[in-house]
Design a protein around this ligand. Structure first.
Ligand SMILES: C[S@@+](CC[C@H](N)C(=O)[O-])C[C@H]1O[C@@H](n2cnc3c(N)ncnc32)[C@H](O)[C@@H]1O
Length: 310
């Protein structure tokens, strides 16, 4: 049994009592640190800010189909997409014939995904779920995916263990994440000084874009690991300022950074400059003017072996 959290005494039957939320993971009882629980509440609100479904459709839409193709979803397979948002990978997985559960922390995004899927004539099961405590039995899915999603769960090892638990032995895992050195990794590094420090133990999301880190998380529970760094070419922003303003109005983490400095005009202006500078430094000119940005990501697929992660 793994215990995390403060012990506060014994219950009526002698069991240990803790002051945090209790979760059951693979039969082992753990406690979520209260600070992490509070952080997830903030994340749920943050991802509902702005208009993430529009960003997913207008800027990063090719990522979902790329992940579905790499992991090779076949008709009739049971697929779980973790941190599915508005269905960037989940909807293509359903269009490929998978029986898909799209799960996410943020109900507003699932609702947007449900509407988008209906418009495309495809049915999925949309379920609110924390990637660190998935409400599904062990081995329930043939394929488990996450597209720039599980990387945002605070505790990487806890989330990775959950991905592995719900994937059946012999099933496949497909993960797509922004790399630390790529554009979105650098975006997070740029915003970091403007945001409150996360609780101890919370790891930076772009680490999921580091192959060695992900291999370490999946451990010896996988075989046939294939990892490739690719780039998404983004040419929808005419200027560095257009990139900045779009993210400041559409992307929850960027909106949160601006909110954190809202009462300090000098800091807000510095954030303005830093975000535009990031785009300016990273871009090459497009053929018709405008910017061309290349956003690097890691695409990793693996087969779950019979021996699981304990
Ligand atoms: C960048 S979006 C990616 C959404 C979608 N997969 C896509 O490709 O567009 C990150 C998603 O992670 C979700 N998320 C963040 N923390 C989570 C957690 N602890 N458990 C489940 N989902 C989480 C957010 O609600 C958001 O939908």
């Amino acid at each position: 049994m793994v215990r995390i959290g403060r012990r506060i005494g014994s219950g009526p039957t002698g069991e240990e009592q803790v002051d945090d939320v209790m979760t059951i993971i693979g039969g082992a009882r753990t406690t979520q640190d209260a600070a992490v629980t509070a952080l997830k509440e903030k994340h749920r609100a943050m991802w509902a800010l702005g208009d993430y479904p529009a960003l997913a459709a207008e800027v990063i839409a090719p990522l979902g189909p790329a992940l579905v193709e790499a992991v090779g979803v076949r008709p009739g397979e049971r697929v779980l997409d973790v941190a599915a948002g508005s269905g960037n990978a989940a909807v293509p997985a359903a269009l490929a014939g998978g029986r898909v559960v799209a799960s996410d922390l943020t109900p507003a995004l699932l609702e947007a995904g449900r509407r988008a899927a209906e418009a495309r004539g495809v049915a999925l099961d949309w379920q609110e779920a924390d990637a660190e405590a998935l409400p599904f039995p062990a081995g329930a899915f043939d394929v488990v995916t996450s597209c720039v999603g599980v990387m945002f769960a605070p505790r990487h090892a806890v989330a990775a263990a959950e991905l592995m638990r719900v994937c059946r032995p012999g099933g496949r895992v497909g993960l797509l994440a922004w790399t630390p050195g790529g554009f979105i990794g650098q975006l997070f590094a740029t915003m970091k000084p403007y945001l409150p420090a996360p609780p101890p133990g919370v790891q930076p999301p772009p680490l999921w874009g580091d192959e060695a880190h992900v291999r370490g998380l999946l451990g010896d529970g996988v075989a046939e690991v294939r990892a490739e760094r690719r780039v998404l070419t983004v040419d929808v922003f005419g200027t560095p300022e257009a990139f900045r303003d779009y993210f400041a109005s559409h992307y929850g983490p960027t909106i949160a950074a601006y909110r954190a400095v809202a009462d300090d005009p000098a800091r807000a202006a510095a954030l303005d400059d830093d975000l535009a500078d990031l785009a300016r430094r990273s871009a090459r000119p497009g053929a018709r003017g405008g910017l061309v940005l290349e956003w690097e990501y890691l695409l990793l697929t693996a087969r779950r072996t019979e021996v699981g992660v304990s």
